[in-house]
Design a protein around this ligand. Structure first.
Ligand code: 6PG
Length: 249
Protein backbone atom coordinates (compact mmCIF):
# COMPACT_ATOMS: atom_id res chain seq x y z
CA UNK A 1 0.00 0.00 0.00
CA UNK A 2 1.39 3.38 -0.95
CA UNK A 3 2.29 5.74 1.89
CA UNK A 4 0.96 9.23 1.19
CA UNK A 5 2.70 10.89 4.11
CA UNK A 6 6.29 10.59 5.32
CA UNK A 7 8.08 11.91 8.40
CA UNK A 8 9.67 15.31 7.93
CA UNK A 9 11.56 17.85 10.03
CA UNK A 10 10.95 21.48 9.03
CA UNK A 11 12.67 24.60 10.41
CA UNK A 12 9.57 26.28 11.86
CA UNK A 13 5.94 25.53 12.82
CA UNK A 14 4.63 27.43 9.78
CA UNK A 15 6.87 25.48 7.41
CA UNK A 16 5.79 22.26 9.11
CA UNK A 17 2.14 23.17 8.58
CA UNK A 18 2.83 24.26 4.97
CA UNK A 19 4.48 20.89 4.19
CA UNK A 20 1.65 18.95 5.82
CA UNK A 21 -0.92 21.00 3.91
CA UNK A 22 0.80 20.18 0.59
CA UNK A 23 1.03 16.48 1.45
CA UNK A 24 -2.61 16.49 2.55
CA UNK A 25 -3.72 18.03 -0.74
CA UNK A 26 -1.69 15.47 -2.71
CA UNK A 27 -3.23 12.71 -0.55
CA UNK A 28 -6.78 13.81 -1.33
CA UNK A 29 -5.94 14.13 -5.03
CA UNK A 30 -4.28 10.73 -5.37
CA UNK A 31 -6.91 8.92 -3.31
CA UNK A 32 -9.58 10.11 -5.78
CA UNK A 33 -8.61 7.18 -7.98
CA UNK A 34 -9.50 4.69 -5.30
CA UNK A 35 -12.19 6.15 -3.12
CA UNK A 36 -15.35 8.19 -3.60
CA UNK A 37 -15.11 9.65 -0.11
CA UNK A 38 -12.33 9.94 2.46
CA UNK A 39 -12.86 9.68 6.20
CA UNK A 40 -10.57 11.85 8.30
CA UNK A 41 -10.36 12.44 12.06
CA UNK A 42 -8.87 15.68 13.37
CA UNK A 43 -7.31 16.47 16.71
CA UNK A 44 -7.61 19.78 18.49
CA UNK A 45 -5.28 21.85 20.58
CA UNK A 46 -3.28 24.73 19.07
CA UNK A 47 -0.87 22.90 16.75
CA UNK A 48 -3.36 22.16 13.93
CA UNK A 49 -4.50 25.81 13.81
CA UNK A 50 -1.68 26.78 11.43
CA UNK A 51 -2.71 23.91 9.16
CA UNK A 52 -6.36 24.99 9.26
CA UNK A 53 -5.39 28.59 8.43
CA UNK A 54 -3.17 27.52 5.51
CA UNK A 55 -5.76 25.18 4.00
CA UNK A 56 -8.51 27.80 4.27
CA UNK A 57 -6.50 30.82 3.14
CA UNK A 58 -3.96 29.47 0.68
CA UNK A 59 -5.66 26.37 -0.75
CA UNK A 60 -9.43 26.75 -0.34
CA UNK A 61 -10.07 25.53 -3.90
CA UNK A 62 -7.33 22.90 -4.11
CA UNK A 63 -9.44 20.26 -2.43
CA UNK A 64 -12.75 18.61 -3.36
CA UNK A 65 -14.13 19.21 0.12
CA UNK A 66 -17.42 17.50 -0.76
CA UNK A 67 -15.56 14.16 -0.91
CA UNK A 68 -14.11 14.52 2.58
CA UNK A 69 -15.86 13.56 5.82
CA UNK A 70 -14.33 15.03 8.96
CA UNK A 71 -14.71 13.52 12.40
CA UNK A 72 -13.00 14.59 15.60
CA UNK A 73 -10.40 12.54 17.45
CA UNK A 74 -11.53 14.12 20.68
CA UNK A 75 -13.45 17.03 22.12
CA UNK A 76 -13.58 18.93 25.33
CA UNK A 77 -16.99 18.73 27.04
CA UNK A 78 -17.80 22.37 26.37
CA UNK A 79 -20.26 24.05 23.96
CA UNK A 80 -19.00 24.42 20.37
CA UNK A 81 -19.06 28.20 20.95
CA UNK A 82 -16.52 27.83 23.78
CA UNK A 83 -12.97 28.96 23.00
CA UNK A 84 -11.67 25.50 23.95
CA UNK A 85 -13.94 23.59 21.57
CA UNK A 86 -11.89 21.65 19.01
CA UNK A 87 -14.82 21.64 16.59
CA UNK A 88 -15.55 25.31 17.19
CA UNK A 89 -11.94 26.20 16.46
CA UNK A 90 -11.83 24.12 13.26
CA UNK A 91 -15.06 25.74 12.03
CA UNK A 92 -13.79 29.23 12.78
CA UNK A 93 -10.34 28.76 11.22
CA UNK A 94 -11.17 26.50 8.30
CA UNK A 95 -14.56 24.96 7.62
CA UNK A 96 -16.46 28.27 7.68
CA UNK A 97 -14.18 29.42 4.84
CA UNK A 98 -14.36 26.48 2.42
CA UNK A 99 -17.14 24.84 0.42
CA UNK A 100 -17.78 21.75 2.53
CA UNK A 101 -21.30 20.39 2.96
CA UNK A 102 -22.44 20.60 6.59
CA UNK A 103 -23.34 16.90 6.50
CA UNK A 104 -19.65 16.14 5.93
CA UNK A 105 -18.75 17.46 9.37
CA UNK A 106 -19.30 15.02 12.22
CA UNK A 107 -18.53 16.82 15.48
CA UNK A 108 -18.59 15.43 18.96
CA UNK A 109 -21.31 17.26 20.89
CA UNK A 110 -19.48 18.64 23.88
CA UNK A 111 -22.45 19.04 26.20
CA UNK A 112 -22.96 17.63 29.66
CA UNK A 113 -24.56 14.30 28.65
CA UNK A 114 -21.23 12.55 28.09
CA UNK A 115 -22.53 8.98 28.28
CA UNK A 116 -25.32 9.74 25.82
CA UNK A 117 -22.83 11.46 23.51
CA UNK A 118 -20.46 8.48 23.60
CA UNK A 119 -23.34 6.31 22.37
CA UNK A 120 -24.47 8.83 19.77
CA UNK A 121 -20.97 9.50 18.36
CA UNK A 122 -20.20 5.77 18.30
CA UNK A 123 -23.34 5.21 16.24
CA UNK A 124 -22.46 8.02 13.83
CA UNK A 125 -18.99 6.62 13.26
CA UNK A 126 -20.34 3.10 12.74
CA UNK A 127 -22.92 4.33 10.24
CA UNK A 128 -20.49 6.42 8.16
CA UNK A 129 -16.89 5.18 8.43
CA UNK A 130 -15.89 1.97 6.59
CA UNK A 131 -14.96 -1.01 8.73
CA UNK A 132 -11.78 -3.10 8.65
CA UNK A 133 -10.39 -5.71 11.05
CA UNK A 134 -13.32 -5.27 13.38
CA UNK A 135 -13.08 -1.49 13.85
CA UNK A 136 -13.87 1.69 11.92
CA UNK A 137 -10.93 2.41 9.61
CA UNK A 138 -10.26 6.09 8.96
CA UNK A 139 -8.21 7.00 5.90
CA UNK A 140 -6.28 9.59 7.89
CA UNK A 141 -6.06 10.55 11.55
CA UNK A 142 -4.24 13.76 12.49
CA UNK A 143 -2.81 13.64 16.01
CA UNK A 144 -1.00 16.04 18.27
CA UNK A 145 1.00 15.34 21.39
CA UNK A 146 0.71 17.17 24.69
CA UNK A 147 3.67 18.26 26.82
CA UNK A 148 2.92 15.24 29.00
CA UNK A 149 2.95 12.79 26.08
CA UNK A 150 -0.83 12.46 25.81
CA UNK A 151 -2.47 12.11 22.44
CA UNK A 152 -6.12 12.37 21.53
CA UNK A 153 -7.56 12.71 25.03
CA UNK A 154 -5.69 9.67 26.28
CA UNK A 155 -3.58 10.99 29.15
CA UNK A 156 -0.80 9.28 31.11
CA UNK A 157 -2.38 6.77 33.47
CA UNK A 158 -5.40 6.31 31.18
CA UNK A 159 -3.69 3.72 28.95
CA UNK A 160 -6.68 1.39 29.41
CA UNK A 161 -8.17 3.42 26.57
CA UNK A 162 -5.77 1.56 24.29
CA UNK A 163 -7.13 -1.79 25.49
CA UNK A 164 -10.88 -1.15 25.49
CA UNK A 165 -13.02 -2.56 22.66
CA UNK A 166 -15.16 0.56 22.77
CA UNK A 167 -14.76 2.98 19.87
CA UNK A 168 -15.39 6.14 21.86
CA UNK A 169 -14.80 6.79 25.56
CA UNK A 170 -15.03 9.45 28.25
CA UNK A 171 -11.66 10.77 29.44
CA UNK A 172 -10.50 13.46 31.79
CA UNK A 173 -7.66 15.95 31.75
CA UNK A 174 -5.83 14.94 34.97
CA UNK A 175 -4.65 18.50 35.62
CA UNK A 176 -7.83 20.48 35.01
CA UNK A 177 -10.34 17.70 35.60
CA UNK A 178 -11.97 18.74 32.32
CA UNK A 179 -14.14 15.97 30.89
CA UNK A 180 -13.29 14.89 27.37
CA UNK A 181 -14.75 12.50 24.80
CA UNK A 182 -12.14 10.64 22.75
CA UNK A 183 -11.61 7.99 20.11
CA UNK A 184 -9.94 4.98 21.67
CA UNK A 185 -6.58 3.42 20.87
CA UNK A 186 -7.90 0.54 18.79
CA UNK A 187 -9.68 2.94 16.44
CA UNK A 188 -6.69 5.27 16.25
CA UNK A 189 -4.34 2.40 15.40
CA UNK A 190 -6.75 1.08 12.76
CA UNK A 191 -6.28 4.10 10.50
CA UNK A 192 -4.57 3.77 7.11
CA UNK A 193 -2.52 6.94 7.71
CA UNK A 194 -1.67 8.44 11.11
CA UNK A 195 0.08 11.79 11.08
CA UNK A 196 1.51 13.42 14.19
CA UNK A 197 2.13 17.14 14.00
CA UNK A 198 4.41 18.19 16.86
CA UNK A 199 6.16 21.56 17.25
CA UNK A 200 7.92 23.46 20.01
CA UNK A 201 10.76 22.62 22.40
CA UNK A 202 8.48 21.67 25.32
CA UNK A 203 7.86 18.31 23.62
CA UNK A 204 11.47 17.68 22.64
CA UNK A 205 12.43 15.22 25.39
CA UNK A 206 9.29 13.11 25.09
CA UNK A 207 9.47 13.10 21.30
CA UNK A 208 13.10 11.99 21.49
CA UNK A 209 12.23 9.15 23.88
CA UNK A 210 9.36 7.98 21.66
CA UNK A 211 11.26 8.11 18.38
CA UNK A 212 14.36 6.43 19.84
CA UNK A 213 12.11 3.83 21.52
CA UNK A 214 13.53 4.67 24.95
CA UNK A 215 12.09 2.20 27.53
CA UNK A 216 10.68 5.20 29.46
CA UNK A 217 8.52 6.09 26.48
CA UNK A 218 5.91 3.57 27.63
CA UNK A 219 4.81 6.23 30.12
CA UNK A 220 3.51 8.35 27.27
CA UNK A 221 0.26 7.44 25.50
CA UNK A 222 1.62 8.90 22.24
CA UNK A 223 4.15 6.04 22.24
CA UNK A 224 1.28 3.56 21.94
CA UNK A 225 0.25 4.89 18.55
CA UNK A 226 1.36 2.01 16.31
CA UNK A 227 -0.87 1.49 13.27
CA UNK A 228 -1.87 -2.16 12.78
CA UNK A 229 -1.53 -2.02 8.99
CA UNK A 230 -1.27 1.69 8.31
CA UNK A 231 1.51 4.23 8.06
CA UNK A 232 2.72 6.53 10.87
CA UNK A 233 4.43 9.83 10.02
CA UNK A 234 5.77 12.69 12.11
CA UNK A 235 5.65 16.28 10.90
CA UNK A 236 7.83 18.14 13.38
CA UNK A 237 9.84 21.34 13.60
CA UNK A 238 13.46 21.81 14.68
CA UNK A 239 12.40 23.09 18.10
CA UNK A 240 10.68 19.78 18.79
CA UNK A 241 13.49 17.62 17.47
CA UNK A 242 16.68 19.22 18.79
CA UNK A 243 19.49 16.76 18.10
CA UNK A 244 16.91 14.26 16.86
CA UNK A 245 16.86 16.14 13.58
CA UNK A 246 20.04 14.29 12.69
CA UNK A 247 18.13 11.00 13.05
CA UNK A 248 15.78 9.50 10.54
CA UNK A 249 12.33 9.86 12.08
C1 6PG B 1 -6.83 18.24 22.48
C2 6PG B 1 -6.05 17.48 21.45
C3 6PG B 1 -4.80 16.98 22.07
C4 6PG B 1 -3.71 17.79 21.44
C5 6PG B 1 -2.49 17.85 22.30
C6 6PG B 1 -1.49 18.83 21.74
O1 6PG B 1 -8.06 18.23 22.44
O2 6PG B 1 -6.16 18.94 23.26
O3 6PG B 1 -6.71 16.64 20.70
O4 6PG B 1 -4.52 15.63 21.93
O5 6PG B 1 -3.41 17.25 20.17
O6 6PG B 1 -2.89 18.27 23.59
O7 6PG B 1 -2.04 20.10 21.91
P1 6PG B 1 -1.26 21.42 21.37
O8 6PG B 1 -1.25 21.28 19.89
O9 6PG B 1 -2.11 22.56 21.85
O10 6PG B 1 0.12 21.36 21.98
Amino acid sequence: MKNYFSSKVLPTPIETAEMLAKDFIRFTEEMKRFRENLYIALSGGSTPNLLFDILAEEYPNAINWERLHFFWVDERCVPHSHIESNYGTAIQRCFSKVKIPKENLHPIMGGENTLEEVTRYTGEILSVVPYSAGYPAFDLILLGMGDDGHTASIFPGQEHLFETNSIVAIAENPISGQKRITLTGKVLNNSAEIVFMVTGNKKRNILYQIITKDPLAINYPASKIAPIKGNLSWYVDLEATGNLSTLVL
